[in-house]
Ligand binder design. Structure first.
Ligand code: SAM
Length: 223
């Protein structure tokens, strides 16, 4: 009975979140209906479950965050995925964005540098019956073994665009990555066109830092 009540409550909140995202400019019906289906409360600590359908980032372990739903929706929309395409996510975090990509019918590869987060996300995604490839390591190097990818999405702020990621794009592939300093980053979309790359720059966001060989190498944040 309590379970049914909670399911109803969360469904209602998810629908409200979706209409809020529409009002804020998210237009992809596929992305919106993925958000309407995915139980975001499962991806946060139970202490935050009641806030899971606010349009805000929330803390997860290792001083990291589950991104704001608007940001997840925007980055996913910018990838312009079609079902069956291969996508690499750098920064698995809670696993929520990976679930969205899977709901869109993508073949998903995701890399997280913190082992604890990698293990938690793996447990949640498997419990919810999602099937994907996951790895614990430095995502600034990409995941060359499965390259090339039709889409690559980086969910942490980078000081520069890591060359390895650009090289792992397929023809027509899109890399969506926030680039800037440690306080603000502009969203970049880089599209591979033959030997050329077309770069578009969009509005500012605030992400946790991308730490690694081609990211920020800040031992202070390395906890
Ligand atoms: N996509 C995540 C979600 O849906 O919860 C949001 C993750 S959070 C904003 C960014 C994540 O990137 C953190 O979990 C952080 O540990 C991870 N990260 C930072 N640098 C990384 C790197 N070089 N390789 C892989 N993951 C990295």
């Amino acid at each position: 009975m309590l379970h049914q009540y909670n399911e109803h409550k969360y469904r209602h909140r998810r629908n409200k979140l979706v209409s809020g995202l529409k009002d804020k400019g998210i237009t992809s019906g596929e992305v919106l209906s993925a958000i309407a289906r995915i139980p975001r409360h499962e991806f946060v600590d139970t202490a935050f479950a009641d806030r899971a359908y606010e349009d805000s980032a929330l803390p997860i372990d290792m001083k990291q965050t589950i991104s704001q739903p608007f940001t997840v929706a925007k980055q996913t929309e910018m990838l312009q995925l079609v079902p069956g395409e291969k996508v690499l996510e750098i920064g698995t975090g809670s696993g929520y964005q990976a679930a969205i990509l899977l709901e869109l019918g993508a073949e998903v590869y995701t890399v997280e540098r913190h082992r604890l987060l990698y293990e938690r996300a793996r447990e949640i995604l498997h419990r919810l019956d999602y099937r994907l490839m996951m790895k614990c390591g430095d995502g600034t190097e990409g995941w060359p073994a499965y390259a090339p990818y039709n889409g690559i999405v980086v969910t942490a702020g980078a000081p520069v665009v890591p060359e390895a990621l650009v090289q792992q794009l397929s023809e027509g592939g899109r890399l969506v990555i926030p680039v800037g300093d440690e306080t603000r980053q502009a969203m970049h979309r880089i599209t591979r066109e033959g030997d050329d790359f077309h770069e578009e720059i969009f509005e500012d966001y605030k992400f946790v830092p991308l730490i690694g060989r081609s990211g920020w190498n800040n031992p202070e944040a390395d906890s």
